[in-house]
Ligand binder design. Structure first.
Ligand code: SAM
Length: 358
């Protein structure tokens, strides 16, 4: 399981934001609890109410969800870059439903600082974008040897799309579940992604991150299948195939999700620990893809490459087993190589003992 700490520049920026608002720690904790309710049992209020425009709720978000989602995005991006390093060549990064800029900060601190990068953040909340800009300016490197890092913010409501000026890394982190739900009339998620595929220049990458919970996780699997069906997308990760998702038809309704360890930092712990948030672990579901256009990357088609989608478990007649997703099928793999953990990529050989982690 990957282990990540909240990056220090982000912790400093969060501390600065916290210092600007005169709200007791207790009241911030209450606001964080309200946010959790809003994201779970009171989701029906999300459509009418922009919590990012409420300074109390926004501060609670910045103090807990911003660092957590930044670490989620770093996890996904690092894993993706190992297999598809060309993604790091992009000049444009577009963070849609950016909030305070979690995925923007993840990109800023993960992509090599060897070229000019232009960040575009869109959100329906002006307040979130203002804070995102302040945090970005705290974390961005100063211009050096002609290499610049710039930010543009755009108040815009999805499904509207910004203009893409070149191959772009597009983030949609923890936002699809907010604008894609039954009560949001007029938003057709399939049409939205068809339009996105059409508008994105070849070589652009889209990363969707969703909570590691069953309901949004399974909705993401269904979205995956509809994207494949549209023939407009190449799937880069976590799937290692271009076939329908084997988990959607599984009777016990599992979903594809991954874990990481998280060292949140003191400023986060101060608000999280009194609420019992002490696990130091996070989870997520995600999907990374490119529009299927000439000049873009191709997703994997090697049937031997598999993604580990479960934790080691006891299997009858062998020491251990683990679930793999391989070539569009879910399989139990017996006696996996040592160090095999959920999320790993495994190149299978002719026999199990030939398998190796990649
Ligand atoms: C849970 S936050 C995620 C923020 C950030 N991407 C992250 O990962 O921390 C969802 C964000 O999506 C924005 N949002 C929700 N529905 C939207 C819509 N229809 N158009 C634009 N932004 C939207 C909200 O204002 C909020 O900032």
């Amino acid at each position: 399981m990957p282990s990540l700490a909240t990056p220090r520049p982000l912790l400093r920026a969060i501390k600065k934001q916290v210092g600007k608002v005169k709200v007791s720690l207790r009241s911030q904790g209450e606001a964080l609890e309200e946010l959790f309710q809003l994201f779970t049992s009171e989701r029906q209020h999300l459509k009418r109410f922009s919590y990012m425009n409420d300074p109390r709720l926004r501060l609670a978000y910045i103090r807990y969800h911003l660092p957590l989602n930044t670490v989620r995005s770093i996890c996904v991006l690092k894993d993706l870059l190992k297999r598809y390093p060309a993604i790091a060549e992009t000049e444009w990064v577009t963070d849609m439903g950016a909030g305070p800029g979690s995925s923007t900060i993840a990109s800023l601190l993960t992509l090599p600082a060897d070229r000019t990068r232009r960040y575009l953040l869109t959100d329906q909340s002006r307040g979130a974008l203002r804070v995102a800009r302040e945090i970005f300016e705290e974390c961005a490197p100063a211009e050096k040897d002609g290499v610049k890092t710039s930010i543009t913010t755009l108040q815009q409501k999805l499904p509207m799309l910004p203009r893409f000026q070149g191959p772009t890394l597009v983030w949609m982190s923890m936002v699809v579940n907010e604008f894609d739900h039954a009560e949001h009339r007029g938003i057709d998620i399939k049409r939205f992604f068809n339009k996105l595929a059409e508008k994105l220049p070849p070589g652009s990458t889209v990363i969707i991150i969703e909570p590691g919970l069953r309901a949004p996780g399974r909705r993401l699997l269904a979205l995956h299948d509809s994207l494949l069906e549209s023939q407009r997308w190449e799937i880069l990760a976590p799937c290692t195939h271009q076939k329908t998702c084997p988990l959607l038809s599984e009777p016990k309704r599992p979903w594809c999700h991954f874990h990481f360890r998280w060292q949140p930092g003191d400023i986060v712990k101060q608000i999280a620990v009194p609420l019992g948030l002490t696990a130091g672990k996070g989870s997520m579901s995600y999907l990374a893809m490119q529009p299927a256009k000439e000049g873009g990357l191709l997703g994997n088609r090697d049937p031997e490459l598999a993604r580990v989608i479960g934790d080691p478990m006891d299997v009858r007649h062998t020491d251990a087993g683990i679930y793999l997703c391989q070539d569009g099928k879910r399989r139990v793999f017996r006696n996996p190589p040592k160090e095999t953990t959920r999320g790993a990529l495994l190149e299978r050989g002719r026999q199990n003992r030939d398998a190796r982690l990649v």
